[in-house]
Design a protein around this ligand. Structure first.
Ligand code: FMN
Length: 184
C-alpha cells in the first residue's frame, strides 16, 4: 500500500451509525478486527486490551446496565429510556477495555495503547466496507459495564464500538491544519 492509498483509507473512516440492523456481522470478522487491533504500539508489551463482543439480547442487557446507573444518578427519564435500547442500533457492539497497570504511568500508557488499538480496529472495519462508531461509556457506568463484560476489576472502558454494514455514509469534513512547532 502506498501513502495515497493509506491516506484515502484514513480519510474514509467516518463515525457512522447508519447501520443495517438486520445484516449480521460474522464472528470471524470481529475476530479478524480484534486481532488487527493488537498490532497497535504498546509500551512494555502489557497487552492491555480486552474485548467483549455483544450481540443479540446481550445488547439490551448492556443497555439496561448503563440505564440503571444513569437512573440511579438521577438522569432525565427520557435519556435513561433511550440508553436502554441504544445498543440494538447495530448487530454487534464491541466493548474495548484497558487493563490497569502496576503504576499510574503504566495505566495511562495502557490506555494510550488501547486507544491506538481502537483506531486500528476502526480502520480495519473501514477497509472491509463496514460502518463503525466509537462511543464513550456513559458517565458513571464504567465499573458496571466492565463487570458486565467480565473484565478484571479496575479496567477502564475505552470504547463501545458499534459495528455493522452501512446503509449510508456521512459526508466527511475538513480538519483544521495541524499545529506543528518546528524546532532546529
Ligand atoms: C474517545 C472518543 C470517544 C467518543 N465518544 C463519542 C460518543 O460518545 N458519542 C459520539 O457521538 N461520538 C463519539 N466519538 C466520535 C467523535 O464524535 C467523532 O470521531 C468526531 O465527531 C469526528 O467525526 P469522524 O470520526 O467521522 O471523523 C468519540 C470519539 C473518541 C475518540
Amino acid at each position: 500500500m502506498n501513502f495515497d492509498d493509506f491516506s484515502s483509507l484514513v480519510r474514509a473512516r467516518r463515525t457512522n451509525l447508519m447501520i443495517d440492523r438486520e445484516r449480521d456481522v460474522e464472528p470471524t470478522v470481529v475476530q479478524q478486527l480484534c486481532e488487527l487491533a493488537t498490532w497497535a504500539p504498546n509500551h512494555k508489551l502489557t497487552w492491555p486490551w480486552l474485548f467483549a463482543e455483544v450481540r443479540g439480547d446481550a445488547r439490551l442487557r448492556l443497555g439496561s446496565v448503563c440505564a440503571d446507573v444513569m437512573s440511579a444518578q438521577g438522569e432525565p427519564e427520557a435519556r435513561v429510556a433511550k440508553t436502554r435500547g441504544k445498543f440494538s442500533r447495530s448487530p454487534v457492539v464491541l466493548v474495548v477495555g484497558s487493563e490497569v497497570g502496576d503504576s499510574q504511568l503504566r495505566t495511562e500508557e495502557n490506555r494510550d495503547a488501547v486507544s491506538a488499538a481502537v483506531q486500528t480496529l476502526l480502520l480495519g472495519a473501514t477497509a472491509l466496507g463496514m460502518a463503525s462508531f466509537w462511543s464513550s461509556c456513559p458517565k458513571g457506568a464504567n465499573d458496571a459495564v466492565a463487570s458486565f463484560c467480565d473484565f478484571p476489576t479496575d479496567t477502564t472502558v475505552v470504547a463501545m464500538v458499534y459495528l455493522g454494514w452501512p446503509t449510508d455514509i456521512p459526508k466527511g469534513f475538513d480538519r483544521p491544519a495541524p499545529r506543528i512547532t518546528r524546532l532546529g
